[in-house]
Write a protein that binds this ligand. Sequence first.
Ligand SMILES: NC(=O)c1ccc[n+]([C@@H]2O[C@H](COP(=O)([O-])OP(=O)(O)OC[C@H]3O[C@@H](n4cnc5c(N)ncnc54)[C@H](OP(=O)(O)O)[C@@H]3O)[C@@H](O)[C@H]2O)c1
Length: 281
Amino acid sequence: MTGQTEIPRRAVLTGMAVASAAVAVGATGARAQTQAPASSGKVAVVTGSSRGIGAATARRLARDGYAVTVNCEKNRDLAAGVVREIEAAGGRAIWVQADVSDPGAVRRLFEENERAFGGVDVVVSNAGIMRLAPFSEMSDADFSRMVDVNQKGSFFVLREAARRVRDGGRIIALSSSITQLRSPAYGPYAATKAAQELFANVLAKELAGRMISVNAMAPGVVNTTLFTDGKTQEQIAGFAARTPHKRLGEPSDIADAIAALCSGDGAWINGQTVFANGGIV
Ligand SMILES: NC(=O)c1ccc[n+]([C@@H]2O[C@H](COP(=O)([O-])OP(=O)(O)OC[C@H]3O[C@@H](n4cnc5c(N)ncnc54)[C@H](OP(=O)(O)O)[C@@H]3O)[C@@H](O)[C@H]2O)c1
């Protein structure tokens, strides 16, 4: 395994996980044999899967039998932890550190995935950041970084997906229900998310004839640091109160919706934006 030394910010590192015996520690501390997920023979790459929605998606797809490539920008320990969890449940995973705003790093992410698992069937372009400010206060640096990561970065990921995903596969880009809510301070972030909906719709047409379905997934308010950072408890409770279900979404809610699109039942949903938001919009 590589990835033990300090590296330049944009370098790519890989942590290789070997499929291991399925042994879990139960609540009593007794070691219990668990059922390994039946391998589907399929492979998923999930960007930004060291934590939040991406981590939940990586875990869920691994449970569904996918070999998974986990990706982070900085939090290598978290990415390695997601891989360890997947292995402990009997699945297969590797982690690759790659900044999606760097097209060379994105290419190497897919090359490492192919070296480990031989190809790719599902790509979830999930890595993203959010910087909020009214137009009058938004800094050049925050605006540029959102465009670099969310818009350019997702384009680099979707470009590799368009070149590599096998026939019958799935490509999913993370948008946001903010494209409908359009709240003050969210303008530049919402614009980078709206791009995902256009990317998905056009790419679905470009891949015609190969039974690859491409969609944008638009969560509402989800309980991750991307949403909660910088907000007071009252503000968070206010958002929860606005959803008919009276709670925030959890990362697993979105992972379940993504898994549904990836399943055989999701094949006919193509070129769409799927709003998984508990009804907030
Ligand atoms: N949370 C919400 O309410 C919500 C709502 C709608 C849409 N979304 C969208 O859902 C996606 C995931 O959001 P989240 O809430 O799960 O975010 P999160 O908890 O902040 O996690 C972000 C993930 O993206 C990774 N990442 C950030 N910049 C990256 C880069 N340049 N290259 C590679 N990876 C990078 C992070 O890696 P490190 O750990 O290394 O930093 C982390 O794994 C985003 O696209 C977001 O716009 C979220």
